[in-house]
Design a protein around this ligand. Structure first.
Ligand SMILES: Cc1ncc(COP(=O)(O)O)c(C=O)c1O
Length: 438
């Protein structure tokens, strides 16, 4: 009889050989190879883990999910980590948790106002709209691209209940000021940490300041599981609520394949159900199923071991772009880390100065024609997006800088796959472009 253990060993050995044959080499040819803004960076361990999880064939949350969640928890220094199938789902779930009736008067209700920004990614704003609350858009500042604290203070009204903002492209927002306003006005804080996994503020990881925070594991982000995300919190009640919303709305918190961990499976009263109705089938929230699979988590469990190194590489790459762009101070506004922060930059963001004789789209077209990828700051000004125009939102004051960003800003990658050859090439491309504009 064939021995499954032996076969497994052979498969793993072959997987390693496959990795080396297929993925370990990549030669960069200037002008012929792409300089991507982001991408997955991995070695044989991610492949081995994915194969191990496939051979386990457990499929749903299992041993790798447990390992991955624990590693995230250790890395951030946070109590509860719940895995989900995307960063957008993480945002939806973090927000959903705050709408639960279990929070009594503290719960978010339709018509309440939530402070956010329009210069960002839609997934930070869509949960607010999906639950019938009103996003209040506050302008951002240069050169941090984060919320303007003075304008934020003015935006707060008696209807304001929550702050839901991202650390823009990895640059932490002013956490001291935001948390202080949250305390003063008794507001919930959700940190969208999707672009900032590994960034620090005053020596503490972002994603550990708010009541809840979220991470994305889409390949553009600091680590990847393909699709994937996580919700983090130190609050056990919020963790249970996130789990309930994630897992069909069910009240029971047994792990997959387990039963009766609470010891009261058949001896409680819920709603108008008969006494003792099976707790496994009690639904206390209007939930979803947004769980991660164990194969995804297996890849994440290998990726996260590389996260400190990836963060260092992102910081080095940011410095490289900074050096290259600072040759042309007349044309470009260069990004700056928020005071007291140490960002693990998602990207290098640049804005053309007012009066510059060439346009953002000319620079980005030039870069892209030379195979160097650029991106705009996501949605530009969210209020001008077709899907958002007719939604209910409010602008606090004005979005002057947001509009300027929509027209004049772009970013380049800082991901760990960038090499010194790529930077040498990119520098020559920028020099060429500037010379062509004289
Ligand atoms: C700030 C921010 N939040 C949320 C998301 C959504 O993450 P995902 O793509 O995993 O749904 C993104 C996009 O990638 C993002 O940049």
């Amino acid at each position: 009889m064939a021995d499954p253990k032996l076969i497994r060993k052979e498969i793993i050995a072959k997987t390693i050989a496959y990795y080396q044959a297929k993925f370990s080499q990549s030669d960069f040819i200037p002008g012929k190879s792409k300089v991507n803004y982001a991408g997955r960076v991995f070695d044989q361990q991610e492949l081995v883990n994915a194969v191990e999880a496939s051979l386990d064939f457990w499929l749903t949350e299992g041993r790798f999910s447990e390992e991955f969640a624990e590693k995230i928890s250790d890395f951030l220094g946070i109590e509860h980590v719940l895995l989900t199938n995307s960063g957008s789902s993480a945002n939806l779930l973090a927000f959903s948790a705050l709408t639960s009736e279990k929070l009594g008067d503290k719960r978010l209700k339709p018509g309440d106002e939530v402070i956010s920004v329009a210069a960002g990614f839609p997934a930070t704003v869509t949960p607010i709209l999906q639950y019938g609350l009103i996003p209040v858009f506050v302008d951002v500042e240069f050169p941090t691209y984060n919320i303007d604290i003075e304008m934020m203070r003015k935006a707060i009204t008696s209807k304001t209940r929550c702050i839901f903002i991202a650390h823009t492209l990895g640059n932490p927002f002013n956490l001291d000021a935001v948390m202080q306003l949250a305390t003063e006005f008794n507001l919930w804080v959700i940190e969208d940490n999707c672009d900032a996994f590994g960034s620090e503020y005053k020596g503490k990881k972002t994603g550990t300041f708010g009541h809840l925070s979220t991470i994305s594991f889409y390949p553009a982000h600091h680590i990847t599981t393909g699709e994937g995300g996580a919700i983090c919190t130190n609050d056990p009640q919020l963790a249970n609520l996130v789990r309930a919303f994630r897992d069909w709305g069910r009240d029971c918190y047994c792990a997959g394949g387990e039963n009766n961990t609470c010891g009261k499976r058949f001896s409680q009263q819920f709603g108008d159900l008969p006494f003792g109705f099976d707790h496994k089938y009690v639904y206390s929230e209007i939930g979803y199923n947004l769980k991660m699979t164990d194969i995804q988590a297996a890849i994440g469990a290998a990726q996260i071991d590389k996260l400190p190194h990836f963060c260092d590489r992102r910081k080095e790459n940011f410095k490289e772009w900074f050096r290259i762009f600072s040759k042309y101070p007349d044309y470009f506004i260069l990004p700056e880390a928020t005071k007291n922060s140490d960002p693990a930059w998602f990207a290098f963001i640049v804005t053309l100065k007012e009066g510059t004789h060439f346009k953002r789209d000319e620079v980005t077209a030039y870069f892209n024609a030379k195979l160097i990828e650029t991106r705009n700051l996501f949605a530009g000004n969210m209020t001008k997006q077709p899907g958002f125009i007719n939604q209910k939102w409010r602008i606090a004051g004005n979005l002057k800088n947001t509009d300027f960003i929509m027209n004049n800003t772009f970013f380049l990658g800082t991901y760990p796959g960038l090499t010194s050859e790529m930077f040498t090439y990119a520098e020559s491309v920028l020099d060429e472009f500037i010379a062509s504009q004289k």
